[in-house]
Ligand binder design. Structure first.
Ligand code: NAP
Ligand code: MG
Length: 396
């Protein structure tokens, strides 16, 4: 059989621990037998980040910017324990943080829906994709403990003078917090959301609390509406999808009663909290995918979970683990499909579709990894990661 060719490369970002093992197995078992892989390889494993003083992460971000498509393995974000475990020169920042800061993107998380796997909310038959604005608000807030009686004011010193508003006249002890956001960041977030929903042909929801926050949240609402009216309305109508704004509390209530199948854009804090609620409700972290969509049109695909450290330590002792490779596999299919679409390479895009279908069919026909057995309706066979991937290759 002749292999499918890739006209242009994608950036391949390798990672750490159990997901690094899965990475290699996925390539060998379900990709390389069918596709002549064309990648620019960047090793973001912690040892290589330490050896290059984290320069490798910046080179990888530049490669994604240049090539337009990247696929990333989960990586360790070092903490004090990792400093000793890997004898690191310094405590490097999270690679995902570095990539996001350099590429200025928005992260979209969506579940892989497999018929027959239980969801905690059975009405959700289609995925709900959460888009979280990852800049500002309470995450960049300045706080103060108020020691006693006094007046708190909001003061802005601009080029043309000073603006001042009273926050509160304290008669005793209290607390204060100052938050900000930037219009360019809100606009680029809104644009990524409009583009992603168009790309995946799903409705877009945005929610905030503009009835209470009449300048701050209203600016978010107004920015989405302005971009929709001026740049996206006709494209959305042509694609048969809608943009919908509602209050955050109304959105939460509607979401629970919905069947899924939409993208939900949220402010930073709302997205932090609700993305965890939605991913747990869909059942398994190992079935949650994630893509960074950049305003420059670049896409970086990965799994939402980490490096599955506990399984890795068992693997190091010689055990064959039953770690779920689905989300990492879908990161690859996402990247290959996008490469195919960008290059007009229909064979590559359809390979990605067929590989995803083979993976889902493998689960439906009863071959699963350990984490999925608990969610499975009926009898199933639990196999190790390698056997699971071989079963997928056979279906394919
Ligand atoms: P984790 O790697 O996501 O694993 C947490 C637990 O979830 C695992 O112990 C396992 O539970 C279960 N799990 C996650 N993925 C699974 C899979 N594919 N198959 C089966 N079970 C799975 O999170 P963590 O333990 O908090 O973090 C480990 C390392 O990953 C840390 O160094 C962290 O910095 C890094 N991390 C990286 C990223 C990223 O690169 N995007 C994201 C998060 C964390 P059981 O042990 O009960 O089976
Ligand atoms: Mg959270």
């Amino acid at each position: 059989m002749s292999k499918i060719k890739m006209l242009n490369p994608i950036a391949e970002l390798d990672g750490d621990e159990m997901t690094r093992i899965l990475w290699k197995q996925i390539k060998e078992i379900v990709l390389e037998p069918f596709v002549e892989l064309n990648t620019e390889y960047y090793d973001l494993g912690l040892r290589e980040r330490d050896r290059t003083d984290d320069e490798i992460t910046k080179h990888a971000a530049e490669a994604i910017r240049r090539l337009g498509v990247g696929v990333k393995c989960a990586t360790i974000t070092p903490n004090a324990g990792r400093m000793t475990e890997y004898d690191l020169k310094r405590m490097y920042p999270s690679p995902n943080g570095t990539l996001r800061a350099m590429l200025d993107g928005t992260v979209f998380r969506s579940p892989i829906i497999v018929p027959g796997l239980k969801s905690y909310i059975p009405g959700w038959v289609r995925p709900i994709t959460v888009a979280r604005h990852a800049y500002g608000d309470v995450y960049k807030a300045v706080e103060m403990a108020v020691p006693g009686k006094g007046k708190a004011e909001l003061v802005f010193t601009g080029e043309d003078g000073v603006q001042r508003k009273t926050i509160y006249e304290f008669s005793g002890k209290g607390i204060l917090q100052g938050m900000h956001n930037r219009l360019d960041s809100i606009e680029s977030f809104a644009r990524s959301c409009f583009e992603y929903a168009l790309d995946t042909k799903q409705d877009l929801w945005f929610s905030s609390k503009d009835t209470i926050s009449k300048i701050y949240d209203e600016t978010f609402r107004e920015t989405f509406q302005r971009l929709y009216d001026s740049e996206y309305k006709s494209r959305y109508e042509a694609a048969g999808i809608t943009y919908f704004y509602t209050l955050i509390d109304d959105a939460v209530a509607r979401c629970v009663k919905s069947q899924g199948g939409f993208v939900w854009a949220m402010k930073n804090y709302d997205g932090d909290v609700l993305s965890d609620m939605i991913s747990s409700a869909f059942g398994s972290l190992a079935l949650m995918t994630s893509v960074l969509v950049c305003p420059g049109g670049q896409y970086e695909y990965e799994a939402a979970h980490g490096t599955v450290t506990r399984h890795y330590y068992r693997y190091l002792k010689g055990e064959k683990t039953s770690t779920n490779p689905m989300a990492t596999l879908f990161a690859w299919t996402g990247a290959l499909r996008k490469r195919g679409e960008k290059d007009g390479n229909a064979d590559l895009a359809s390979f990605a579709d067929r590989l995803e279908k083979a993976a889902i069919d493998t689960i439906v026909s009863g071959t699963v990894t350990g984490d999925m057995a608990a969610l499975y309706n009926g009898a199933c066979t639990v196999v190790d990661s390698e056997s699971f991937l071989k079963a997928i290759a056979e279906k394919l």
